[in-house]
Design a protein around this ligand. Sequence first.
Ligand code: COA
Length: 169
Amino acid sequence: MAEIAQEGPEDYHEVEALYDLCFAPGREALSSYRLRDGVAPQADLCLIARGRAGEVAGAIRTWPVRIGRHGALLLGPVAVHPTRQGEGLGGLLIFEVIARARTAGHPRMMLVGDAPYYSRFGFERLDGVIMPPPTNPERVLGIALAPGAWEGLRGEVARAAGDGSAMTD
Ligand SMILES: CC(C)(COP(=O)(O)OP(=O)(O)OC[C@H]1O[C@@H](n2cnc3c(N)ncnc32)[C@H](O)[C@@H]1OP(=O)(O)O)[C@@H](O)C(=O)NCCC(=O)NCCS
């Protein structure tokens, strides 16, 4: 269907072009981008799906964030080229990132997105986990990669880097 690979520096502009094509203009004004500003992405969890001609047909990126002293992964953006949507590429990329994150020992992952789409991967509404405004709380979703990893975890989601404070997991 497509070849999955880790995004490399040489892929950056092609992935950005795909995101520009798939999202409304001004995507970088979304609150989730404030959590990514100045923070390096989780490189091993940024994947691309290449089509037969070598083109980037789908892409997914992941960033570290924190809730208090607890680390989490922020999934997204994920996008599939309009000519390739509905073939399962988006699902393939999301399942692959979840599997790699679990293998790497990350306890929890979250995203801002449509529950009807992401529930199929195991994402559920996160009560009390607050994204920077304006974010609809109904769209704040999470998946535990280790049992009970979201239990009792509440608070504001913040940038992973910048204030030098320690994290417990
Ligand atoms: C969302 C996206 C990544 C899905 O990729 P894809 O390769 O088309 O997805 P898949 O083929 O794995 O899955 C397709 C299924 O998801 C459903 N789906 C796609 N987007 C959905 C949404 N926002 N809400 C509910 N269901 C959705 C499709 O209807 C289809 O359903 P079916 O399996 O019952 O036919 C792709 O549509 C895309 O790039 N959209 C524009 C960018 C975007 O919105 N990204 C997500 C931000 S939250």
